[in-house]
Design a protein around this ligand. Structure first.
Ligand SMILES: NC(=O)c1ccc[n+]([C@@H]2O[C@H](COP(=O)([O-])OP(=O)(O)OC[C@H]3O[C@@H](n4cnc5c(N)ncnc54)[C@H](OP(=O)(O)O)[C@@H]3O)[C@@H](O)[C@H]2O)c1
Length: 250
């Protein structure tokens, strides 16, 4: 893995789950890490404390991904404190288990506001700085749902499919500026989010069909993010890296 010393990373939704694992792995690789939380300030604070105790420079900020004003405040604060943002990990997201015929307009709008408009706003706000410095890594945490659809998560799956398309567009426009854009697409990962899905019939069926025979750990997702964040991955852009235990081949 490349040494990320001197790099400033923003991980949205880093208070728990995959985002927390990503923040820890980026920090271990040498990056300064800013994690955001939506409501779990205490968890984010604990993570910062743990990272700081290990000699990693870390900070946490509140972010409402669906709120442009909140996104602007977070980016401005990081730029003020650290002077730049080199790595953006668009990880924060929500999910909802609901049969399609009961999904409301409001469910649909909330899902897309957090899972798609959030990454759009964060990316748009960090790009001027990345373009100026001629270096950037945009890493979007997608989902296998965005590739093969969903049973009880149609709106979630749609948001992730659109995020993959957004990843492609950013790669087309900004790769020549030294800014790569990639998606990491997990299958099932041990976190609060998957716990709800695993309690459903569809979730249990999904689990039993994983070729590797188990769900992923957050560290297995984080390792791929760290690789994409480094100099060695400069020629990888516009890609969706599947970390799904063989659930989907492509
Ligand atoms: N777990 C899986 O099996 C799986 C599979 C495929 C893809 N993914 C993707 O991986 C990413 C992380 O998932 P996870 O399992 O780690 O989820 P998680 O455990 O539910 O954590 C979600 C994170 O997002 C934050 N968040 C929630 N709503 C937000 C909002 N409106 N604005 C800003 N931040 C918000 C949460 O902050 P608080 O702690 O403050 O609430 C938390 O840090 C997501 O993009 C998810 O879609 C997960």
């Amino acid at each position: 893995m490349d040494n990320l010393a001197g790099r400033i990373a923003l991980v949205t939704g880093g208070s728990r789950g995959i985002g927390k694992g990503v923040a820890q792995a980026l920090g271990r690789a040498g990056a300064t890490v800013v994690v955001t939380y939506n409501s779990n300030q205490a968890l984010a604070g604990q993570l910062v404390e743990t990272l700081t105790c290990s000699g990693i420079t870390a900070h946490c900020l509140k972010l409402c991904a669906q709120d442009r004003g909140s996104v602007r405040e977070v980016i401005a604060e990081i730029n003020k404190r650290f002077g730049q943002i080199d790595i953006l990990v668009n990880n924060a997201a929500i999910s909802q288990e609901k049969p399609f015929d009961t999904v409301t307009d409001s469910d649909w709008d909330s899902m897309l506001a957090v899972n798609l408009r959030g990454p759009f706003a964060c990316t748009q706000e960090v790009l001027p700085g990345m373009r100026k410095q001629g270096y950037g890594r945009i890493i979007n945490i997608a989902s296998i749902g965005g590739q093969w659809g969903g049973f009880n998560q149609v709106h979630y799956a749609a948001s992730k499919a659109a995020l993959i398309s957004f990843t492609h567009s950013m790669a087309k426009i900004y790769s020549k500026d030294g800014i790569t854009s990639n998606a990491v697409s997990p299958g099932l990962v041990a976190s609060d989010m998957s716990a709800a899905e695993l309690q459903t019939e569809a979730g249990a069926k999904k689990l039993s069909g994983i070729p590797v025979g188990r769900i992923a750990s957050v560290d297995e997702i984080a390792a791929v993010v760290v690789f994409l964040a480094g100099n060695s991955a400069a020629y990888i852009t516009g890609q969706t890296i599947n970390v799904n235990g063989g659930m989907l081949f492509s």
